[in-house]
Design a protein around this ligand. Structure first.
Ligand code: GTP
Ligand code: MG
Length: 200
């Protein structure tokens, strides 16, 4: 897919404040600092569109970006940042739960996990909840540039094995680097495919 335009639309705390247009949207979720905002920027090739930081807890609201005037990319706050205050964590959790359970335009949730780490409980628990809510999702490994290919493959395989302990079938899996652009084309093609299937 060719990206012709990508523009910021709105930041919202509540689903009822989110843009009203009936366009499909693709949201990025995962632990704080996993690379959600960076990957959104890489996908649309617009540095600084979504705000990033080396300090976890940067994205605090539901941020809508409209792409090619036809669909939204949605940047969400991260979950599970241990050093943020209890209040802040609870606020982020409320925003995330509200969004994933109430947003009718949500076409697919990309769950980002750091490719350097073994499966984490917090991500597995989150994925289990998605199953319970019946929310379509894909797994996106981030920061692939930080690993050697052998390590990367081992970690991805280990993750898939852990998922298969709970799921009969694997969700779509993507390996990405916002630094190098790895996986960009694959993610955009997948979004295009889902957009087309929704338009049928
Ligand atoms: P919150 O908004 O705080 O939840 O974080 P986030 O998930 O949006 O992460 P963000 O995109 O702000 O990136 C966090 C840090 O990781 C930044 O310092 C990025 O430069 C770095 N980073 C993100 N993606 C990559 C990547 O693919 N490779 C490398 N090497 N660094 C990355
Ligand atoms: Mg962010």
């Amino acid at each position: 897919m060719i990206i012709k335009s990508a523009d910021f639309v709105a930041s919202s705390r509540l689903v009822k404040q989110c843009p009203a247009a009936a366009l499909p949207e693709y949201a990025f979720i995962g632990r704080s600092n996993v690379g959600k905002s960076s990957l959104i920027n890489k996908l649309v090739d617009r540095k600084g569109l979504a705000h990033t930081s080396s300090t976890p807890g940067k994205t605090q609201l539901i941020n809508h970006f409209i792409v090619n005037g036809q669909w939204y990319l949605v940047d969400l706050p991260g979950y599970g940042y241990a050093r943020s205050s209890k209040t802040k964590r609870a606020q982020f959790a409320d925003i995330i739960t509200g969004y994933i359970t109430q947003r009718e335009q949500l076409a697919l949730l990309f769950v980002l996990v750091d490719s350097r780490h073994a499966p984490q409980h917090i991500d597995m628990d989150f994925i289990t909840r998605l199953g319970e809510y019946g929310i379509p999702f894909a797994i996106v490994f981030t920061k692939a540039d930080k690993l050697k290919p052998g390590e990367l493959n081992r970690n991805v395989d280990a993750y898939k094995r852990t998922l298969l302990e709970q799921w009969e079938e694997l969700p779509p899996v993507f390996v990405t680097s916002a630094e190098k652009g790895t996986g960009r084309e694959e993610l955009l093609s997948y979004i295009e495919k889902v957009n087309n299937s929704l338009a049928e």
